[in-house]
Ligand binder design. Structure first.
Ligand code: GLA
Length: 407
């Protein structure tokens, strides 16, 4: 379903649910990460892009002090009172907009008045493709339009990350929200996570295609696997005794091996090697050295599987199939993408072979696991935006005669 069809679905859903026409449509994309995993919270570099898959919200003010959220996922309408502090509550999915609304008010000083919102999405939920960041950014963008108060893009991404930390209790880094906020067509978003700065890297070669393969499994989701990995890296850095991972060399990690013990040592080795791989991958991309780029992607997967232990059997199988298709079949590189423990892989391939590769991934994955995967191609697309806006008050006010210096 493309963005137009998704928008249509959101507007029709809005009308049927709230018996009114929507006046605003906001959208924000999920993301896929080409390389640089589990190092956004280690001051590393990451290289995601905004997917063509989005969360789209149709909305309109409702002249009350209540925000009502409905979606195409069920008949439930969640009502959120905007008169006092907005606290966590049930259902859980509504905690994303709760957090974003609370922080939007705090940070802009704007009060919020009531509105109705209807949500549609073609970002696979639980697919490791940041549907939650897309949801946060779509809500924040909607609030900007409703209040006519525009946040800076970075401010909006950080506000969304804060909602994820405190309302969804995932101590995530900045990658997902930055990719969803800063994404541009035909560009990767290289993020320097030490200074929280995005840098757009052109990615428009029509001969290259990115395949996203959702394994359709999610293990250990918010069971603390993510938080414990983050803690491991903090412990590792403490033992090394440096301020930031950016100043840590592999020699530093080796020197601290005894004191670290096996687990922290392997986590630390992943961080240092992955930071280097992203730098190498960006150079390979610029030099169009695709074989090298592919080898960094495979090495990233191996490190996430063996040192960081965030892969799982299904992700390994999907990467293994891509690798066995290999260069001869048009595969350049493949790896797990996102937080791990299930979710998706990202495979870079030659466009002319993409259909055949998707067919093979699909068929062999199903044979080996018994699970039907969800596989699609995507291109770097635009970040969070308003697709249809509320009419603005006239901006140009003619000067009054008495203030006119010429008159
Ligand atoms: C999740 C988090 C990100 C990042 C990735 C792993 O998607 O939200 O901040 O840490 O995992 O790279």
């Amino acid at each position: 379903m493309d963005i137009n069809a998704l928008t249509h679905k959101a507007k029709v859903g809005f009308k049927v649910t709230f018996e009114n026409d929507s006046s605003i449509v906001a959208a924000a994309p999920g993301r896929v990460n080409l390389i640089g995993e589990h190092i956004d919270y280690c001051d590393g570099f990451v290289l995601p892009f905004a997917l063509a898959q989005n969360i789209v919200i149709a909305a309109a003010p409702n002249d009350t002090s209540i925000a009502r959220f409905a979606s195409d996922q069920g008949d439930e309408i969640v009502e959120i009172d905007l008169t006092g502090d907005i606290l966590e509550s049930s259902p859980k999915w509504a905690n994303y907009p709760r957090g974003v609304m609370q922080y939007f008010r705090e940070e802009t000083g704007c009060s919020l008045t009531g509105f109705d919102a209807y949500i549609t999405s073609n970002v696979p939920a639980g697919g490791g493709l940041s549907s939650s960041a897309a949801f946060e950014l779509a809500v924040a963008t909607l609030l900007e339009e409703l209040t006519k108060k525009t946040l800076g893009t970075k401010e909006k991404a950080l506000l969304s990350q804060k909602a994820e930390h405190h309302y969804a209790h995932v101590p995530c880094g900045i990658m997902d929200q930055f990719a969803s906020a800063f994404g541009e067509e035909n560009h990767l978003v290289l993020i320097d996570c030490q200074i929280s700065e995005p840098h757009l890297v052109p990615f428009e070669n029509p001969d290259l295609t990115v395949i996203v393969a959702n394994t359709c499994v999610s293990h250990e989701l918010s069971d603390g696997g993510y938080a414990s990995r983050r803690q491991n890296t903090e412990d590792g850095l403490k033992i090394i005794g440096k301020e930031t991972w950016r100043d840590v060399s592999m020699d530093d990690v080796e020197a601290a091996k005894e004191e670290m013990g096996d687990v922290i040592f392997r986590r630390s080795r992943h961080v240092v090697s992955e930071i280097q791989r992203v730098k190498d991958a960006v150079m390979a991309l610029e030099a169009q050295a695709f074989d090298a780029l592919g080898s960094y992607m495979y090495a990233s997967h191996d490190s996430l599987r063996d040192d960081f232990n965030v892969s799982c059997e299904e992700l390994d199988i999907m990467v293994d199939i891509a690798k066995s298709i290999g260069k001869g079949g048009g595969v350049i590189g493949s790896r797990m993408t996102g937080g791990g423990f299930g979710g998706s892989t990202v495979t870079l391939c030659e466009s002319s072979n993409a259909d055949a590769i998707i067919a093979t991934l699909h068929q062999q994955y199903k044979t080996r696991t018994g699970i039907t995967p969800e596989i699609f191609t995507s291109r770097p697309s635009q970040g969070a935006r308003i697709l249809e806006g509320a009419p603005r008050a006239a901006q140009v006010v003619p000067p009054s005669p008495e203030l006119d210096p010429i008159g």
